[in-house]
Structures are given as structure tokens and as C-alpha cells.
Design a protein around this ligand. Structure first.
Ligand SMILES: *[C@@H]1O[C@H](CO)[C@@H](O)[C@H](O)[C@H]1NC(C)=O
Ligand SMILES: *[C@@H]1O[C@H](CO)[C@@H](O)[C@H](O)[C@H]1NC(C)=O
Ligand SMILES: *[C@@H]1O[C@H](CO)[C@@H](O)[C@H](O)[C@H]1NC(C)=O
Length: 478
């Protein structure tokens, strides 16, 4: 055998060896990745067992890994390292961040605090099944792992908020006492938390990911926005459509479009807690304004019909528009300020709007109080103005009043009745789920889709009608 040939053989054998080593990276049998800990920098004893966190992990519960699994199950490549199935031998507990880090409740990310030293006693009060409590050191009682199980959460702070009271069991599950919810240790984690000049290890509670049906609804909302904008454009573009109630109508459409756009953006953009709060508050402001604009539009319609009936002098539309604007924006600001004030007050969480806590709008249980309630009242006022308007229109007819062509109030009236019906029906559809217990039926899914398509329906009612289309066509030709 020649020398080069021998060396080539050796090289081949080496490559082969490397090849097998590469493929010897098998997982530990019957052990979930989440149950493993990295044993890097730990030397095994003669039997191949590793000492870790006060336990000895036998050789057959270790393996080489070239990846790590993130909390959501996706794998990322890592340099080859040994892992051991520690959680099968001792109860594990999850820490949200690396040591010396803590979760920032605004950005929802792990941060290394620079101004405050993170020295704290890693003490925890744990409870047995019989609710006997003991004070333990987290590193002694458990195997700590670093994992943040979700991106959307709140940190429980029982000394600060009564509703945050929880019980940590020996198996690291957490019972959130207010809603009697048992959260397995995989679905929560502990973070150092500052309160009243002391640091303690507090758990987080995760909020549910957005359901697929919510995405469908938010998609319809998103599609509604261009339709609303198109409606606004038509009403600005056609000179015959420019009148005071249409100015109010445009304001209604614009505020509604902004609110809708903000609400639907939450499906595609993951906002941090603070951003979510700002988006939610802004959205609430515009949605409430939209209802007030609709309200003032109905009022103005009645006022102008009444003007015809009693042959009152034409009022100054510009001045009225200013009054209306003051009314609407003041009302919307008052509502928003009240909601924000209550959010930051000390009252029971159940009564708070909950903007930014789990969703970027009023939480559904409070929406009745802060949103559907006030908007329902406005709808009742609108009905009142419509009844008055109908009465006046009849009187006008009786008096044989000749309503002249294009600017006829009757046209406007019919349109507004339809617009009002859309808003009224969708209001009813949004409120029904509060009254009836059956919440997840297909009927409600259809209701929700109709509700979120409001912008498209409004476009149909306000633009796709012969009179507007003819005006639009003649404007186009001109
Ligand atoms: C691992 O080895 C130990 C002895 O060292 C044995 O008792 C145990 O059953 C083995 N476990 C598995 C999963 O093979
Ligand atoms: C953890 O312990 C509590 C109280 O003993 C018990 O109710 C719960 O079922 C346990 N959870 C798991 C996952 O074992
Ligand atoms: C803050 O801690 C001190 C003692 O450490 C206690 O007396 C005081 O009541 C605490 N304040 C609040 C608001 O919990």
C-alpha cells in the first residue's frame, strides 16, 4: 500500500467519523425539548452522569443537540452541545428572562436594568395541595429554565392589585385566584418585579392569541376602509352633494374610517403594551366621535326639514358646522378622558375599560359600559330626531310644499334613514351577544362579518344609488 493511498484512507475514515458524529445528534428518548437543560461547561463523572441543580442526570438521559427550540416550537440552529432531561427528574420552573434581566411591562421584552441593582432574594412562597405554604429558594426547590411562553401578557402584582392574587403550587402551576384559572408552569414564567422598593419574583399571565375568526373580521374591517374613503371622495368630488349635513356625514365617515383602520391594524401589527394602549385610546376616541357625528347629522337633518316646514330663514351653515364640531369633539374628548382616568384609577379591574390589556380596544366585558351604552343612547336620540323629521315632512306634504329638485331634503332623509338603519342594526348585533348566553354560534359569526363590513354597506347605500351615480357621471364629463 503506497503512502499517499494510506493517508487518503485515514482521511476518508476521519470524514466518515465526523459524518457519524454529526448524525449521532439524536434527541433524548421520551423527552420533550422543553424538559431539557443545557449541560454546556459541565463535566460528566466517570459513569457519564452530569450534576445539575442538585440532581444527577444519568448518561441515558442526555444527548447532543445542534438546535434549540423556542417557546413557540420553532427550532433554531445552535452549535452542538449536550442537553439533559432534567425536568423528568425534578420539577422545573420557567424564568421569563436571563439572570440579571427582568421583563419590561411596557415593551414586553427582557431588559437589563442599569439604574437599579437586581439583587433580590430568589425566594418564593409555594403551596402544597393542602394549601400549606413554605418559603423556598427558587434555585433549590426547582430547576429554573429560561423561557418566555408568550408575547402578550401581564405581570401579576398581588400587593399592588387585589385581582392579581395567585397561588404558586409545588408543581410550579399557578392558580390565578380571581378567575380560578390553573396555569401549568409551561404557560407562565417568573420575572423579578419592582414594587414598593422591593423586588420579588412574580409570574405573568399570558393572553390568548387572536382567534382565526377574529382575523376574518379584522380583514373585513380592513377592506371597509377603502370603501369609506371612496365614499368620502365621492361626497367631496360632486359639488351638488356639498351641503351641511353632508359635511357632517363626511366627518362621520372620516372618523369611522380612522377608527376602523386602527382597529384592523391590530391584526397585522403586534403592538407593545404602551403602543397598544395609545392605539386603543385613539381608536376609542374616533369611534365615539363617529357616533356623535352621526348623531349631529341626524339633528341637522331634522333642523333643516323643520326650517322648510316653518319657512325659517336659512341659517348660516358654516357657523352651525363650527358649533357641531365643538359639540362632537368636546363630547369625544370627555368620554376618552373619563375612560383613561378610570383605567388609571384604583377601582376594581372589572369596571375598567382595559384598553391595551389583551386587546388594543375596550375589553369586551367593559365595552357595554364605555362604548355600546353611550352609542346606544345616541341611537335613541337619532330615532327621536327621525320621528320629528317624519312628522315635519308629513306637515310639509300636507301644506303642498313643493320640494325642489336636487337639493330635496327628502332624498337626504331617505339616505339618512338607511344609514341610520345600518348603524342601528349593527349596534343591535353587537349588543345581542351580551344578552344571550349562546356566544359562539354561526349566527354570531355571520353577524360579526356583517358588522365588520359596515364600510362596504355604507358605500353601497351612499354611493351606489341612481341620483349619486348620475351626479358623479355628469361631474366626470364636465
Ligand atoms: C437509564 O439508566 C438507569 C441506570 O443508570 C436506569 O435505571 C434507567 O432505567 C435508564 N433509563 C432509561 C430511560 O433507559
Ligand atoms: C399542580 O398542583 C395542583 C394543586 O395540587 C393541582 O390542582 C394541579 O392539577 C397540578 N397540576 C399539574 C399539571 O400536575
Ligand atoms: C411598602 O412597604 C412598607 C414596608 O416595607 C410597608 O409598610 C408599606 O405599607 C408598603 N406600601 C404599600 C403601598 O404596599
Amino acid at each position: 500500500m503506497s503512502k499517499p493511498y494510506a493517508s487518503r484512507l485515514i482521511l476518508l475514515a476521519l470524514m466518515r467519523l465526523l459524518y457519524t458524529v454529526q448524525f449521532a445528534l439524536a434527541d433524548i428518548r421520551n423527552c420533550d425539548f422543553k424538559d431539557t437543560v443545557s449541560l454546556v461547561n459541565i463535566r460528566p463523572n466517570k459513569q457519564g452522569a452530569y450534576e445539575y441543580g442538585g440532581i444527577s442526570i444519568p448518561k441515558n438521559l442526555t444527548a447532543n443537540y445542534d438546535y434549540e427550540e423556542l417557546a413557540d416550537g420553532t427550532r433554531v440552529t445552535r452549535s452542538a452541545h449536550t442537553r439533559g432531561c432534567a425536568c423528568k427528574l425534578k420539577q422545573c420552573i420557567q424564568l421569563c428572562c436571563m439572570p440579571q434581566q427582568l421583563l419590561d411591562k411596557q415593551t414586553m421584552k427582557c431588559v437589563t436594568p442599569d439604574d437599579l441593582s437586581l439583587e433580590y432574594l430568589p425566594e418564593l412562597e409555594i403551596f402544597s395541595e393542602d394549601l400549606d405554604s413554605t418559603l423556598v429558594d427558587v434555585n433549590e426547590a426547582f430547576i429554573p429554565q429560561q423561557r418566555l411562553p408568550c408575547d402578550n401578557f401581564a405581570i401579576l402584582s398581588p400587593w399592588e392589585f387585589e385581582d392579581d392574587a395567585y397561588i404558586l403550587f409545588e408543581n410550579a402551576s399557578i392558580l390565578h385566584t380571581i378567575n380560578d384559572e390553573l396555569i401549568p408552569y409551561r404557560d407562565n414564567c417568573l420575572t423579578p418585579y419592582w414594587y414598593n422598593n422591593t423586588v420579588s419574583l412574580n409570574p405573568i399571565i399570558c393572553y390568548a392569541k387572536t382567534a382565526p375568526t377574529t382575523y376574518v373580521n379584522l380583514s373585513f374591517l380592513a377592506i371597509s376602509v377603502p370603501f369609506l374613503l371612496a365614499t368620502i371622495w365621492v361626497y367631496l368630488y360632486v359639488p351638488q352633494l356639498r351641503c351641511l349635513h353632508n359635511s357632517c356625514l363626511i366627518c362621520f365617515l372620516a372618523t369611522f374610517a380612522i377608527g376602523t383602520a386602527l382597529l384592523s391594524s391590530t391584526a397585522w401589527i403586534t403592538y407593545g403594551m404602551e403602543a397598544c394602549r395609545i392605539i386603543g385610546t385613539t381608536c376609542y376616541f374616533f369611534m365615539i366621535s363617529a357616533f356623535f357625528w352621526l348623531n349631529i347629522t341626524c339633528f341637522d337633518l331634522w333642523l333643516s326639514i323643520r326650517g322648510i316646514r316653518y319657512e325659517l330663514q336659512l341659517y348660516n351653515p358654516r357657523l352651525h358646522f363650527i358649533y357641531y364640531s365643538i359639540y362632537v369633539w368636546t363630547a369625544a374628548v370627555i368620554f376618552t378622558v373619563i375612560a383613561v382616568t378610570i383605567e388609571h384609577s384604583n377601582i376594581n379591574d372589572a369596571w375598567k375599560p382595559g384598553i391595551g390589556i389583551g386587546q388594543c380596544f375596550i375589553k369586551s366585558t367593559s365595552a357595554m359600559l364605555y362604548f355600546h351604552g353611550p352609542s346606544g343612547l345616541l341611537i335613541i336620540f337619532n330615532i327621536f330626531f327621525f320621528i320629528l323629521s317624519v312628522n315635519d315632512l308629513y306637515q310639509i306634504k300636507d301644506a303642498n310644499y313643493k320640494i325642489n329638485g336636487d337639493n330635496s331634503q327628502q332624498y337626504n332623509f331617505a339616505t339618512f334613514v338607511r344609514l341610520f338603519i345600518i348603524m342601528g342594526i349593527s349596534w343591535i348585533m353587537e349588543v345581542i351577544p351580551y344578552i344571550t348566553p349562546i356566544n359562539n354560534s354561526n349566527i354570531f359569526k355571520i353577524f360579526n362579518i356583517i358588522n365588520t363590513s359596515q364600510g362596504i354597506i355604507i358605500f353601497g347605500v351612499l354611493v351606489l344609488k341612481p341620483r349619486v351615480l348620475i351626479l358623479l357621471k355628469s361631474r366626470w364629463k364636465a
